[in-house]
Design a protein around this ligand. Structure first.
Ligand SMILES: Nc1ncnc2c1ncn2[C@@H]1O[C@H](COP(=O)(O)OP(=O)(O)OP(=O)(O)O)[C@@H](O)[C@H]1O
Ligand SMILES: [Mg+2]
Length: 240
């Protein structure tokens, strides 16, 4: 199948220092890929390369086969690449409804009718936040806030949603609930690219997994295969 997103031999880092040493990967339309790996292996750096927040030193980022390496983060958002950062991913002083509306207005065109349709679709996906529409997003629980952040990113109908550590800061119970919501999002057909600290939850929620170690791809396989690989688990992924 053709790739929606492809990274081709990416070398990237900060200043002259490379953190990623030739990373290649692809994500097929409608599929989900989770990147796991030890602390400091370069997961967040990889996310920044995908979303356009840092420019690689070499290598290419391709979107439907088109080279988008030189396109910045807002430009990629307009192409249909949605992004939920790990932190500061909602406007805490604004209501849930206003967060969702802003998510639409930043990127999508179309009038009130288009906005209404997208609101209905997003709220159908996250019924948990419907009773909270007029509450300031900063007053929600961590899990509810992640739903608002994902909802806002989904408002302009992105084709791919990039999620940075969606379970960060959540209790184990709330993290597993959040991944049920992530799977709901995947079922709508949107492509998912995520990085996740919680190896087991992340792999359970995605079709494909990629293990990043010291800035290189150590393994790439269907998630269930990686979960069943005891050696990989004990070497790199800890006993989650
Ligand atoms: N803004 C930055 N400036 C300079 N070096 C950085 C920056 N961000 C990360 N690094 C360095 O890049 C390397 C990889 O960091 P990165 O944050 O990508 O790893 P990670 O896999 O996301 O780790 P974690 O699991 O702890 O979040 C580390 O050595 C880190 O110190
Ligand atoms: Mg990180």
């Amino acid at each position: 199948m053709s790739a929606e997103l492809r990274l081709d031999n990416i070398v990237a880092g900060y200043g002259a220092r490379a953190v990623l040493h030739g990373v290649s990967l692809d994500v097929a339309p409608g599929s989900s890929l989770v990147v796991v790996g030890p602390n400091g292996s370069g997961k967040s750096t990889l996310m920044r390369v995908v979303t356009g927040l840092i420019r690689p030193q070499s290598g290419r980022v391709l979107w439907d086969g088109r080279d988008i390496t030189a396109i910045d983060a807002p430009g990629r958002a307009r192409l249909g690449l949605g992004y939920v950062p790990q932190e500061a991913n909602v406007f805490r002083n604004l209501s849930v409804l206003d967060n969702l509306k802003l998510g639409h207005e930043f990127i999508a065109s179309g009038g009130a009718k288009a906005l209404r349709q997208r609101l209905d679709a997003v709220l159908a996906l996250f019924p948990e936040i419907v009773p909270k529409l007029n509450v300031a997003a900063g007053l929600l629980s961590g899990g509810q806030r992640q739903m608002v952040a994902m909802g806002a990113a989904l408002m302009p109908s992105p084709r791919l949603l990039a999620l940075d550590e969606p379970s960060a800061g959540l209790s184990p119970l709330n993290a597993s609930r959040l991944f049920e919501v992530v799977q709901r999002v995947a079922q709508t057909g949107v492509t998912l690219f995520m990085i996740e600290q919680n190896t087991r939850l992340g792999l359970d929620a995605a079709d494909q997994g990629l293990v990043l170690v010291a800035g290189q791809v150590r393994a790439r396989a269907p998630s269930q295969e990686l979960l069943a690989n005891g050696q990989l688990q004990s070497l790199y992924l800890g006993a989650h």
